[in-house]
Write a protein that binds this ligand. Sequence first.
Ligand SMILES: *Cc1c(COP(=O)(O)O)cnc(C)c1O
Length: 444
Amino acid sequence: MFTEDKIKEYQNKFPELDNILALKPMLWLNPNLTKMNEIHSMDLNKEDMIQAEEFWQKSAAFFRKEFSEVRETNGIIESPLRKINNLKESLDKQFDVKINGNLYLKCDNELPIAGSIKARGGFYEVLYYAVSLAKKAGLINEKTEDYGVLSTSTCKELFKNYHIGVGSTGNLGLSIGIMSAKLGFQVSVYMSRDAKQWKKDLLREKGATVLEFDGDFSQAVAIGRQQMLEKPNGYFVDDESSKHLFLGYSTAAFRLKKQLEEKNIIVNQEHPLFVYLPCGVGGAPGGITFGLKQVFGDHVHCFYTEPVKSPSHLLGLLTGKKDCISVQDFGIDNITDADGLAVGRPSKFASHFSEKMVSGIYTLEDRTLYELLTLLADTEEMHVEPSATGGLVGAYQVEKSKYMEKMNVKMATHIAWSTGGGLVPKEEMKGFYERGRMYLGSGK
Ligand SMILES: *Cc1c(COP(=O)(O)O)cnc(C)c1O
């Protein structure tokens, strides 16, 4: 932790810190938001995304063979986009603000197999690694039309000799663990103290080794990274710096574009798109924001949301120190029920993109996350986990700010990204729901 003097110094420089340190929910608008045509020299570009999408298409054959859940979608891992008018009406009343434009939910809680946004990044990276090993072994070459071969015993015998590791608060571990085990890899998941018991149980059931740590996400990642890199055939999925995870997330933008077109939703200067994404280490919201910016340019405005106890991206971008600063440096404990967002230090890789592309970041109390979970269940019969609900109030946070006026926006399409909850056991979900109901203070 910083000394009192150092914290004071920061507070003098960044007055927003007063609210952050007092754990008050707030919205920060990014002064470094940059027009897309003024952003040069990025580590990734649209061509990388196009290749990543081609990779997904080639992988569909593998998914069709291995997972009955995706036969209907022909092996493509994607989630629906749903209008949530009932919730919007309820929130309009609660906030006494009428949002100009429709509110949609991007239901990544319904992503098959992993039940969370981590299906995008996590599956992509494991498959990418598997394909690269198969290429080296001569089982896949440039002419191979699809990656169905990954489900053959020849490939699985090969993968047995390799060991994949990952540090996680839960959901990334689930996606990496499930996919690695399916491919025949040895897999170890280094779980932080936030990880829920059922997630550990499920992983063990799938054949993963689960190592439990008392520390937070960054500590679990550090230990996992070190142990995996010591193994001769070890590979670590590094959520603090992975390009592959990031690219896996980014392709969501192509899919969303198609879904918007199918619904005849126009995105242009007069009808911009506003997207609200829950943020942990920043890979998922960063990758999706990067992707959306490639596809929609300045007509998409992306906001992240973090728990008041884990504002790691907010601190990193506000101070400009990115991954060189943590919430613990400021005496914030990083303890939140939003386990998917319980991250004290942002990803270096993601921060580099977010710095210029994210419009702003707002924080919420855990209590609000539960209330939203219950409201969403009551109004739309959709069930998500606490980490997934923060995006629902994004439109209201932004509407209250000067952002709309500054950007001259009169009408917009708002998309809250629901990031997880698909695998949550019924009993757990009931507990979440009741907690929210209690906070809402009604006897219903
Ligand atoms: C991982 C996760 C996020 C955030 O993703 P990061 O890459 O950590 O920023 C949001 N919601 C849920 C449910 C998650 O599991």
